[in-house]
Design a protein around this ligand. Structure first.
Ligand code: URA
Length: 239
């Protein structure tokens, strides 16, 4: 059982104060009856709660963003625009954060959610969730580099990466590769290439687990994912 005001606030209807005002105004019904008692206990799974006749949304929201370069993966920042700042108004609600980070200059698949538990599971090194990137580098990706990725690259600070898969994107361009890693160290892909003497000139994340960036989603745009779709992040890994 959950207090009505807490239930509404946790589903993004407003702050605790705002929803209490709404309840007192008579805008909220529980199973068809107006309820003006803010601490009324409801069973969240078996009560139909409406605000001004509208169904209340799910507790958690999962947003796929095609992150553009130039915005930071944070909830707030003094200098730069954040991925939360560029969300469309209808998706903005309290408690949203990016689940994992992409560098400011990296583009592609980013999940934004208010579900801390899912984000934790997704980012946990123990879960070995695969992240796949398309990297354009300033030199040639040769067999030796591919093998070094396979064995596990040693970064400049001595950290030994887990084995990673590096493949050429197309046969006739050895400057673009897809990289699959299941860790998430700071600047990891850039540092892996840098250990092999190559610099990344463009980096885009294309998948997390079995969840792929929607190729119809323009850079900078977002779409919501269903509970089933987000579970794709836990399907498929290289170990
Ligand atoms: N690795 C990087 O170097 N940068 C990213 O944004 C993601 C992975």
């Amino acid at each position: 059982m959950e207090r009505l005001d807490k239930y509404l606030a946790s589903r993004g209807v407003g702050t605790r104060k705002e929803v209490q005002k709404l309840i007192k105004s008579g805008a909220v019904t529980a199973d068809g009856a107006v309820c003006k008692t803010i601490d009324r206990k409801i069973d969240p799974d078996n009560t139909v709660v409406l605000v001004n006749g509208q169904a209340v949304g799910e507790k958690y929201i999962y947003i796929m963003m095609n992150k553009p370069a130039g915005v930071v993966s944070a909830t707030e920042d003094k200098r730069d625009k954040t991925v939360i700042d560029i969300l469309p108004d209808q998706l903005k609600r309290r408690g949203l954060f990016p689940a994992g980070r992409l560098d400011k200059d990296t583009e592609g698949l980013l999940i934004i959610t208010n579900d801390g538990e899912l984000a934790h599971r997704m980012l946990s090194p123990k879960k070995h969730v695969e992240k796949r990137y398309v990297a354009t580098v300033d030199g040639e990706i040769n067999d030796d580099i591919i093998k070094r990725f396979e064995r596990g690259i040693e970064l400049s600070d001595g950290y030994k990466c887990m084995p990673a898969k590096l493949e050429l994107m197309t046969k006739n361009d050895n400057g673009i590769g897809t990289v699959t890693i299941c860790e998430g160290k700071f600047h990891q892909v850039k540092r892996m290439f840098s250990a092999c003497g190559l610099n990344i000139v463009h980096l885009q994340r294309i998948s997390i687990g079995n969840l792929y960036l929607d190729s119809n989603l323009p850079i900078g745009d977002c779409k919501t994912l269903t509970n089933l779709e987000i579970l794709q992040v836990f399907i498929g890994n290289i170990h």
